[in-house]
Design a protein around this ligand. Structure first.
Ligand SMILES: [Zn+2]
Ligand SMILES: [Zn+2]
Length: 292
């Protein structure tokens, strides 16, 4: 089993050293992990900052921990990733960062839309206030297209993250209402060789992983080249939360394989059937917890 999206203490919102997360992974019978700390950090003034020198130093430090964990956990494949928050003013330094460091995997994320952080923090509701659902969700999905125009990453994370707090304002949404737009975005991803992720943190927020099943079906039909899976956990005690639901979703959407990237290329392909075996062997019953 694999987890290709999680954060340790070197993300502003994460906790505990990488070693603790790897211990949780090994204890859960997981074989491949990729740590994907946030590139940007929360500054003392409460704003998010992306300073190239700071990021370079911090991710070299993460890389050292990755090498140490490979030695400590010989049965676990540990890889170096990063989660980039798309902002046009940051893309040049992100490109330099990912060129200079030996990343295995780069996630591209839309958290900010029109100056509102739709992923969390104090402004998480302001984006939705006064906007009908159709306008809010369509605007978020358009920002994915802007991020794809840049393209400095391997996989789009949490494709319909807008539902995280949108769900509180409007209830469930139907991806079919945005079908034409979303299919256009997925077709661009297929053309550019960019993959898609199942992010299981949604199980403990809006109630289902990101993205919804029809989007994963359309992604497969469009020829999106890879499906990855990750829990987006920020705490080793909830390292594997939602993976069982995520694997079931991959199967239900008709995907046969989950992919692990290495050196920025799809590398290991894990059959979904094999992942389902892992899921069946897992005892459930841990207490869900929503990340903020
Ligand atoms: Zn994210
Ligand atoms: Zn994340």
């Amino acid at each position: 089993m694999i987890n290709c999206h999680f954060h340790d203490a070197r993300s502003s919102d994460g906790a505990e050293p990488l070693e603790r997360h790897c211990r949780s992974a090994a204890g859960a019978g997981i074989r491949h992990v990729t740590v994907t700390n946030h590139a940007e950090v929360l500054g003392a003034d409460g704003s998010w900052q992306a300073d190239l020198d700071e990021m370079r130093d911090r991710f070299l430090d993460v890389h050292e921990s990755v090498l140490a964990c490979r030695r400590e956990f010989p049965d676990l494949s540990v890889r170096l990733g990063i989660e980039l928050e798309y902002r046009p003013e940051w893309t040049d330094r992100f490109d330099r960062l990912t060129r200079d460091l030996p990343f295995d995997f780069v996630l591209g994320s839309v958290h900010m839309v029109d100056g509102h952080n739709v992923s969390g923090g104090p402004g998480k509701d302001s984006f939705f206030e006064g906007r009908p659902m159709e306008a809010a969700y369509a605007r978020y999905f358009r920002e994915l297209d802007a991020m794809l125009d840049w393209g400095g990453f391997d996989v789009v994370s949490h494709f319909d993250l807008v539902k995280r707090f949108g769900h509180r304002h409007y209830g469930d949404y139907d991806p079919q209402s945005f079908g034409e737009q979303i299919r256009g975005t997925l077709s661009t991803m297929a053309d550019r060789g960019i993959g898609i992720e199942i992010n299981t943190s949604g199980v403990f927020g809006p109630g289902s992983p990101y993205p919804e099943r029809p989007i994963l079906e359309w992604a497969r039909e469009a020829g999106v080249p890879a499906l990855t899976i990750g829990t987006d956990s920020h705490d080793p005690d909830v390292f594997a939360h939602g993976l069982v639901e995520g694997i079931q979703l991959a199967r239900d959407a008709g995907w046969n394989e989950l992919t692990v990237y290495e050196s920025r290329e799809p590398s290991v392909r894990v059959p979904v059937e094999e992942a389902l075996e892992w899921a069946r062997s897992r005892a459930s019953g841990s207490v869900p917890r929503e990340e903020t």
